[in-house]
Write a protein that binds this ligand. Structure first.
Ligand code: TRP
Ligand code: SF4
Length: 328
């Protein structure tokens, strides 16, 4: 019996942080046990928005792959590659562009939203309009059954299904309609209480050492009403407690953290110490693994070379079938 296939990608926008770890990466690590998984860095997709300043894309591509491996994604179980090393995706994207109605792309919600929200870049380009169609080619070229993504990406998977249906209707049954696997992202606040994000300067990165993590947690924002040590606090409005929810076992939260906070029995520094007691044994080894891998770029390159070769074998078959069906 062959396993169902999973495919997902990430744009190389910088080092990954806890938001990625407890959203996408944990999920991918589980999926790699059951499915035939393909995970890739979408560097062409980064270029659709960073075309004027592309200098970081290559560096970030390596950072992302290091973060994946450090987080426990395993090249013996899953296939890792970089999009731009597989021009097959671009060729299939071109073929798709021949029969995809412009209106399908113009009505994808991320298209207008991003054009309006991102004001420091001109996104009125052909490539940006085609972003979700390139994503469709990424997915369909592997005949993926499942695509784990966040809710913002669901319209892109929907478009992918429509493209597959149109292809199969116009030519013949070649492509597989994929399903989105909705990834849940637990609430991970940054050290300032806002959503964790590289651009807010409030992130804890997978690359951070145990000492760096402790130094970021100690000054972290807590319940703003708890000004003095004797004031009782409310964990439900405290960003430190959101981190306890992902690291600290329930019995310790219910037995020590919550009663200690609400009665002012423990101070915020004590509370952060408890958090570190549980977080560091998880995160310390991640940054150690990452540092070790970073010292061996050849090994990482070999993983990507091997992944590229494996991906290419699949991509070439689908591309060949698509071309034959389109009589070209
Ligand atoms: N657009 C996705 C994102 O920004 C990245 C991506 C590109 C992707 N191609 C993909 C995700 C194919 C899933 C499948 O997150
Ligand atoms: Fe937050 Fe803990 Fe301080 Fe309560 S004791 S406010 S949960 S850091």
């Amino acid at each position: 019996m062959t396993r169902k296939r999973v495919l997902s990608g990430m744009r190389p926008t910088g080092r990954l942080h806890l938001g990625h770890l407890f959203g996408a990466l944990d999920n991918w690590r589980t999926l790699q046990e059951t499915y035939e998984c393909f995970f890739f860095v979408a560097d062409w997709h980064a270029l659709t928005t960073e075309y004027a300043e592309p200098s970081k894309i290559k560096e970030y591509t390596t950072e992302v792959v290091l973060d994946w491996l450090a987080a426990g994604l395993d090249p013996r179980k899953a296939t890792f590659f970089v999009q731009s090393r597989l021009p097959e995706h671009a060729e299939l994207h071109l073929l798709f562009s021949m029969f995809t109605p412009l209106a399908w792309l113009e009505r994808v919600p991320t298209y207008k939203e991003q054009q309006e929200q991102i004001t420091d870049k001109d996104l009125h380009t052909y490539g940006f309009l085609g972003y979700p169609l390139l994503q469709s080619a990424d997915i369909l070229i592997y005949k993926a059954h499942y695509v784990p993504v966040g809710v913002d990406q669901v319209p892109h998977v929907e478009l992918t299904r429509e493209v597959a249906r149109r292809f199969n209707f116009l030519y013949r049954d070649v492509l597989v309609e994929p399903e989105a696997l909705l990834t849940e992202f637990p609430k991970i606040p940054g050290t300032d209480g806002r959503k964790m994000s590289k651009s807010y300067n409030n992130a804890i990165f997978l690359a951070d050492t145990a000492d760096e993590i402790a130094a970021k947690i100690k000054p972290m924002i807590t319940d703003p009403a708890r000004k003095r040590r004797n004031d009782p606090g409310n964990p439900e409005v405290c960003p430190v407690y959101d981190l306890h929810k992902v690291f600290t076992p329930q019995h310790e939260r219910d037995g020590v953290v919550v009663p200690g906070c609400t009665s002012a029995g423990i101070g915020c520094l004590d509370c952060k110490q408890i958090l570190l007691k549980y977080a560091l044994p998880v995160l310390g080894p991640v940054s150690e693994r990452r540092a070790k891998l970073a010292q061996d770029p050849d090994a990482v390159q070999a993983i990507l070379d091997d992944g590229t070769a494996r991906a290419r074998r699949v991509a070439q078959v689908t591309l060949g079938e698509a071309k034959a069906a389109m009589q070209i």
